[in-house]
Design a protein around this ligand. Structure first.
Ligand SMILES: *Cc1c(COP(=O)(O)O)cnc(C)c1O
Length: 401
């Protein structure tokens, strides 16, 4: 672990040395290439803001940086309200509670475990729903099948930044009188039918964790066009206080700090450049992997303003000639830290199994996709030479068997 951190700390230097010497990365990479390496930041802008915070001595509790961050995010997304929080998981818990989710809620299993943990922490039973194999998002036909008298809501996750089948879900929710909340942790800046994600359902939840497209070290937000809901969320985020000594909601400490808002604001200023950078990498992977049998890159619809944060492949074991898991092992040996994502599906994780240790339900599409998905290293730290080498490692892994 210490060694790993050491490597990461030095990696910038190593990379420069390698580039200078023009050394091809034919052999193992000198430093591992990670999925989800945080984006670089405009250091001067950030430090300027840090100095402002230190001078003002206003470090948290709805300070000027957080307010500015909330305003700028709301403006960018074209949504009426943005309520910033300490992280995305607490934002999910606040959202679920504020819209009144209870009893049973329908949620995909193919997501980051926090989407579901936030339900169980509210004493809500997650009812796992299968996904559409093409989009990896919750399948509306399956949603409808799972509705019971106990169902109070649906949580959709815009996986990889691809919008859910929003129209179908809106219709189901309104027809059955259910709350609809979206986990939009992957989808900052993406849009659906010309409107940015953040505007749909009762509310949507963002994460600004360091590995996310827009980051504030740690952070999150709830966005909504419902002013009354936003006001309730603001109070719940701050212990439920409505003025001194007057607690009117079951609250929590969900506040974002000023220093996190400073990071978020600084990153937001170059978010459009980051899309361009991500897209170049995505397209380079697409070119390199075009002729690799059994490797299919997930595609994005440009009309939806994808942020291209994730480069995700599906590995078809038979066509590729090797299982996804074996490929991941081989890539790790080469220093390419490509990752399985959301494996094995939340429905197969310990806290969600029955007392006999079996999954509560059968989700064939989730099981298949969870066994095939491969997230490739991308972002500012991965250059075009790296991409060529990664793709060469992918083809040679197969040749070596
Ligand atoms: C990252 C993530 C979260 C949790 O956000 P944190 O800010 O890390 O708490 C929730 N859902 C999804 C889909 C995520 O990717």
């Amino acid at each position: 672990m210490a060694k790993q951190q050491d490597l990461m700390a030095k990696s910038g230097k190593h990379r420069k040395l390698r580039e200078k010497s023009g050394q091809a990365a034919d052999m193992a990479f000198e430093e591992p290439l990670h999925v989800g390496r945080p984006a670089v930041v405009n250091r001067e802008r950030f430090l300027h803001r840090v100095n402002e915070i230190l001078d003002s001595q206003w470090f948290t509790n709805d300070g000027p940086m957080v307010r500015e961050f909330e305003e700028k995010v709301a403006e960018y997304l074209g949504v009426r309200n943005c309520v910033a929080t300490c992280n995305g998981t607490v934002a999910l818990e606040l959202a679920y509670r504020a819209v009144g989710l209870a009893a049973e809620v329908i949620v995909p299993s193919f997501t980051f475990v926090a989407t579901v943990h936030a339900l169980s922490w509210q004493g809500i039973t997650p009812v796992f729903c299968d996904i559409d194999p093409a989009t990896h998002n919750i399948d509306p036909v399956e949603v409808e099948r799972l509705i019971t008298e106990k169902t109070t809501g649906i949580v959709g996750v815009h996986l990889w930044g691809r919008p859910c089948a929003i129209d179908a879900l809106l219709e189901i929710a309104s027809h059955h009188g259910l709350q609809l909340v979206f986990d939009a942790a992957h989808a900052f800046g993406c849009s659906w039918n010309g409107t940015r994600i953040g505007n749909f359902g009762r509310c949507e939840v963002l994460s600004f964790h360091a590995t996310k497209f827009l980051h504030s070290f740690e952070g999150g937000a709830i966005t909504t066009n419902d002013d009354e809901l936003a006001q309730r969320l603001r109070l719940m985020r701050n212990f439920g206080f409505s003025g001194y000594d007057n607690v009117i909601y079951p609250g929590i400490n969900g506040k974002m700090t000023e220093i996190c808002a400073a990071m978020g604001l600084t990153n937001l200023e170059c978010i459009d450049e980051l899309v361009v950078l991500n897209r170049e990498r995505y397209e380079a992977f697409q070119r390199e992997l075009e002729r690799t049998r059994g490797m299919r890159l997930q595609t994005y619809d440009d009309s939806q303003n994808p942020n291209y944060q994730y480069v995700v492949a599906e590995v078809n074991c038979e066509e590729y000639g090797m299982s996804r898991d074996r490929l991941v092992e081989k890539l790790h040996e080469e220093g390419v830290l490509a990752r399985r994502y959301f494996f094995p599906g939340v429905h197969r994780m310990e806290p969600f199994l029955t007392s006999s240790g079996a999954p509560m339900c059968s989700l064939p599409v989730t099981d298949r996709i969870a066994g095939e998905v491969l997230a490739l290293p991308t972002g500012a730290a991965v250059c075009s030479t790296d991409i060529k080498s990664i793709c060469r490692a992918i083809s040679s892994a197969r040749d070596q068997g």
